[in-house]
Design a protein around this ligand. Sequence first.
Ligand code: TMP
Length: 209
Amino acid sequence: MSKGKFITLEGIEGVGKTTNREYIRELLLKNGKPCIETREPGGTPLGEALREMLLEHKHEGMSADAELLMMFAARAEHLHKVIIPALNAGTNVLCDRFTEATYAYQGGGRELGMEKIADLENWVQGDLRPDLTVVLDAPVDIGRERAGKRSAPDRIEKEKNDFFDKVRNTYLEQAKQHPERIAVVDASVELEQVQQQIYDVLLNYRIIE
Ligand code: TMP
């Protein structure tokens, strides 16, 4: 049996991850390629518990290393319990954030650098990488303005604009380094145009036909 495809969705807050995740799920389904949907940090009972700890204000001032390691602890559980079994069974997996978020937020935003993350990535994932990562990209002020209209910011969302500039730039840098598996979509335009770009990306990366 051929392996399932592993697709991840990334971007700073307010770029439309939720709406576009639904669009990708529907496109896959129309193509006869149903998927399971999951998210990081989270996706398992342990991962969701770690997510709560990571995002609640109670742990304000958490060390950047602790944050990084908790992201990867959640990821290890998620990979072992959900992602790898699904891919091995031929099921496609659509995941809201994955390791590219760690490069962007902990590597870029928290300035932990790329090396520690690459070591953890190799340790926890072996050679498993997403088949496609879609980075929804928009200037920070546009994303924040859209996101501000929603719920109260969590521990990470309440960071300042310069943090998110570093996050955004790291996503763009990662996409330049791995164009074979990371695609950037301009999410600052109208939804219809964003979805046209997503459609083209899924075609070009042979996720759909
Ligand atoms: P979400 O609500 O968009 O899923 O975001 C969860 C938050 O966790 C978001 O602010 C990004 C952050 N995050 C990291 O900092 N590093 C990571 O590795 C992941 C997966 C998420």
